[in-house]
Design a protein around this ligand. Structure first.
Ligand SMILES: *Cc1c(COP(=O)(O)O)cnc(C)c1O
Length: 414
């Protein structure tokens, strides 16, 4: 048995892009994993293998290739069920990503469950994907969208939730399990149990959590759960929406056509069984297969080990960054309450300038509002720089970031 330490040290060779030379002969230091992660050979090969050897449309034809493609596609559904701990594979719907998953809920659930004066609760640290679909829905219905506030530690103020629940008008509470800007891990079990006491449904945006820590949906007890493949070593354009069956059965279709149909007549159509009722048209077969391989890869590493690896890196990075004069780190310093996402500002240097200068050293960090402008307003900043880690990142890369930041300090005479 290899120790977790050696496993993590060895896995960089699986990622061809990490050998890339960028800019002026610099080795790539990729620290933008909250945006998307790099892909290992295993995932790249699974996709090309599908196109080279198994390509066919799924579910209908009886010939060999079609059976193989269907088997590969459907086996990913089982892998997902195991990975996020749910017992019913019919509750798993393939979508393009978290954004589409949340829009699907807003449309196919929201349009026939939300009425005038109903309340939908979200939080101040949500990604735009967990705000805008609810704005569209509440505006259409004359309903109301309200926000759970955030304290200066980057944690949610749950008294706000109690206040909203007491109105008796809340129909849905929706929140991310891990903030993509602050890394805050939400106290989901507490929120969900409060909601359950009031018979209120909950949606969890798992886009940042699922790639970085063990997630057990059965234990969480939410009603909707969304995540994206591309933030967990998988390809772009594929993601998952899980919906509790009793809720899924109350939902109308999202898109019409193809696989979602049982019978079509001139003026009426009957729907296919779950989950196919929600998978209209030829799906993204290749990338579903790629996602299945990504899940194999993560499972082999162990989500507990991944979380531990990131805790160690994050702790190290926060220690080092805290020593940089003039640098402000946002969010809690309590490592047990945050994932490997660190947003910061460096004196009054604009984050785009920070990103551009350290890019010359081959370091990729994100700068901007990170699709969370409500949070930027709350923090009273226009933008931040954000370094975010994954399984292949190392302490040496954190050191490279720190060295590059001293160059920023030199240029701006900080
Ligand atoms: C990335 C992200 C999203 C959006 O995911 P897409 O893959 O772009 O659809 C939503 N919520 C959070 C917390 C994210 O990090």
């Amino acid at each position: 048995m290899q120790s977790a330490q050696t496993t993590f040290a060895n896995l960089r060779k699986d990622f061809p892009i990490l050998q890339r030379i960028v800019r002026d002969n610099k080795t790539l230091v990729y620290l933008d994993n909250a945006s998307t992660t790099q892909k290992p050979n295993q995932v790249i090969d699974a996709i090309t293998d599908y196109y080279r050897n198994h390509n066919a449309n799924i579910h209908r034809a009886v010939y060999a290739l079609a059976e193989e493609a269907t088997e590969l596609y459907e086996s990913t559904r089982d892998k997902i069920a195991n990975f996020i701990h749910i017992s019913n594979r019919e509750e798993i719907i393939f979508v393009r990503g978290t954004t589409e998953a949340i829009n699907l809920v807003a449309y196919a659930w929201g349009r026939n469950h939300i009425q005038k004066d109903d309340i939908i609760v979200t939080t101040e640290y949500e990604h735009h994907s967990n705000i805008v679909p609810w704005q569209l829905l509440t505006q259409e219905k004359g309903a109301k969208l309200v926000y759970i506030g955030m304290d200066d530690n980057g944690e949610l103020i749950l008294d706000d939730l109690d206040k909203y629940l007491a109105t008796g008008k809340v129909k849905l509470v929706t929140f991310s399990l891990m903030s993509n800007v602050l890394g805050t891990i939400t106290d989901a079990e507490k929120i969900i149990s409060k909601c359950k006491e009031h018979g209120v449904l909950t949606l969890v945006d798992g886009a940042q959590a699922v790639p970085h820590m063990p997630v057990n949906i059965e234990k969480l007890g939410c009603d909707f759960f969304a995540f994206s493949g591309h933030k967990m070593l998988g390809p772009t354009g594929i993601g998952v929406l899980w919906v509790r069956k009793s809720v899924l059965e109350t939902m109308n279709p999202f898109h019409g056509g193809g696989d979602m149909i049982r019978e079509v007549h001139k003026y009426e159509t009957t729907w296919n069984d779950l989950p196919y009722k929600f998978e209209a048209g030829t799906p993204n077969i290749a990338d579903v297969i790629g996602l299945g391989t990504a899940i194999d890869y993560l499972t082999k590493l162990g989500m507990e080990n991944i979380r531990e690896h990131e805790i160690e890196l994050t702790k190290y990075a926060i220690e080092k960054l805290s020593q940089v004069k003039g640098l402000t780190i946002y969010g809690t310093k309590d490592i047990s309450k945050r994932g490997g996402v660190i947003s910061f500002n460096f004196s009054d240097v604009h984050p785009h300038d920070v990103a551009q200068i350290i890019d010359e050293e081959g370091i990729a960090v994100r700068s901007g509002h990170h699709c969370a402008q409500v949070l930027m307003e709350r923090l009273n900043v226009a933008a931040t720089s954000r370094a975010s880690f994954y399984i292949y990142n190392t302490k040496e890369e954190v050191d490279s970031l720190i060295t590059a930041l001293t160059k920023v300090a030199r240029i701006f005479k900080l």
